[in-house]
Write a protein that binds this ligand. Structure first.
Ligand SMILES: C[S@@+](CC[C@H](N)C(=O)[O-])C[C@H]1O[C@@H](n2cnc3c(N)ncnc32)[C@H](O)[C@@H]1O
Length: 339
């Protein structure tokens, strides 16, 4: 799956946003012509059938309805995920009804949104689930971005709408201080994460990690055993227990047809669509220049002799934590064969 970033403007200012290099910096949106180019590139492997629409806030694109209709009518596309904050989604309820369309609603705490925007988001979720029966196509998500992050509101929403799973992410930090000591970052987030997971367990709701999953060493043996006991019947339905902490190249196509290997690495991985014959080559390029060094570098001394890292199972969370070393090794390899 590739994500197409159709605009950079957003109606919220999320304090954790890892796309902040772009968001609200430029009001220009992707033209429809460039959207066609981006879409053809995203599908160019011949086997990719999933498209993500991101921004900014994608629902603010002036031709968003046209974009949805185009995707609905394109037989090459089998699944569309709209990454949205849910505030403007009510303008597209008819298009969203199509079975291809899914929503990942990034639910922000009322402390990070104006009251009216929060109420509109909740009203929109209610309309879609209670009146339109869209429950199967909606996932709610939370970014756990500070040690005392608020989770009460999303717990309430999950219970209110009887949703049984939730996307969680230890936010990829955009605070430089956290980048210096990643294991410490995970450790200081852990108590609140555990508290939240406990509440989810009581409500019979399954959390799953999106990017920047916790390396397994962050859990103590006791905590791990307890969590495993807490979620016994769902063990295979969630990745929170995985010892395999890794990610594969996700390609984001920006409004000017630059591509990056996800926002966390945007500063270091910019290429152009035109640099590649197809998306598979772009993915292979990132796999070779970035991912292949993921377990050959480490961000903390604890990782040096770690079994999971040595055996290619854990890359220590988001690769942004060690992208500078990855680039250094890559440059060194390239220099070996220069005159
Ligand atoms: C950059 S947002 C843009 C789309 C839309 N405005 C939204 O709020 O979902 C796209 C996705 O990035 C995720 N995201 C944003 N900042 C993040 C971070 N620091 N770490 C992990 N995921 C993040 C959001 O949860 C969302 O699913």
């Amino acid at each position: 799956m590739a994500n197409i970033m159709i605009n950079e403007i957003c109606n919220l200012r999320c304090p954790y946003c890892f796309a902040d290099e772009f968001v609200n910096k430029n009001p220009k949106e992707m033209s429809m012509e460039d959207f066609d180019t981006a879409l053809n590139f995203a599908l160019s492997s011949g086997y990719d059938e999933r498209i993500g629409l991101i921004g900014g806030e994608p629902t603010l694109h002036s031709h968003f309805k046209e974009i949805l209709i185009k995707l609905i009518n394109d037989n090459r596309v089998k699944n569309v995920t709209i990454f949205t904050n849910g505030v403007k989604i009510n303008e597209y309820l008819n298009e969203i009804s199509h079975p291809k369309i899914h929503l990942l609603i990034n639910c922000n705490s009322p402390e990070n949104m104006e009251t009216k925007a929060y109420e509109t988001m909740v009203a929109n979720i209610k309309e879609m689930i209670s009146n339109r029966y869209y429950k199967e196509k909606i996932t709610l998500g939370i970014n756990m971005y500070k040690p005392d992050f608020d989770y009460e509101y999303i717990l309430e929403l999950l219970k209110q709408f009887d949703l049984k799973s939730v996307r969680t992410s230890i936010s990829v930090p955009n605070d430089l201080a956290y980048l210096v000591n990643p294991l410490n970052y995970f450790s200081i987030m852990k108590p609140r994460v555990l508290e939240f997971f406990d509440k989810l367990k009581d409500a019979n709701i399954i959390p799953f990690f999106d990017c920047n999953a916790m390396p397994v060493c962050i859990w103590s043996e006791d905590e791990r055993t307890r969590i495993l006991q807490d979620f016994p019947e769902v063990k295979n339905k969630t990745n929170i227990f995985n010892t395999y902490v890794s990610c594969s190249p996700i390609i984001d196509i920006l409004p000017d047809l630059t591509i990056i290997r996800c926002f966390g690495l945007s500063e270091h991985t910019k290429k152009k669509i035109s640099d590649f014959k197809n998306i598979e080559d772009a993915r292979n390029y990132y796999a070779r220049t970035i991912d292949s060094f993921a377990c050959n570098t480490y961000h903390s001394k604890e990782c040096i002799s770690c079994y999971e890292r040595e055996n290619g199972k854990c890359n220590g969370g988001c690769l942004c934590f060690k992208i500078k070393d990855i680039k250094k090794i890559n440059n060194f390899c390239n220099s070996l064969y220069k005159e």
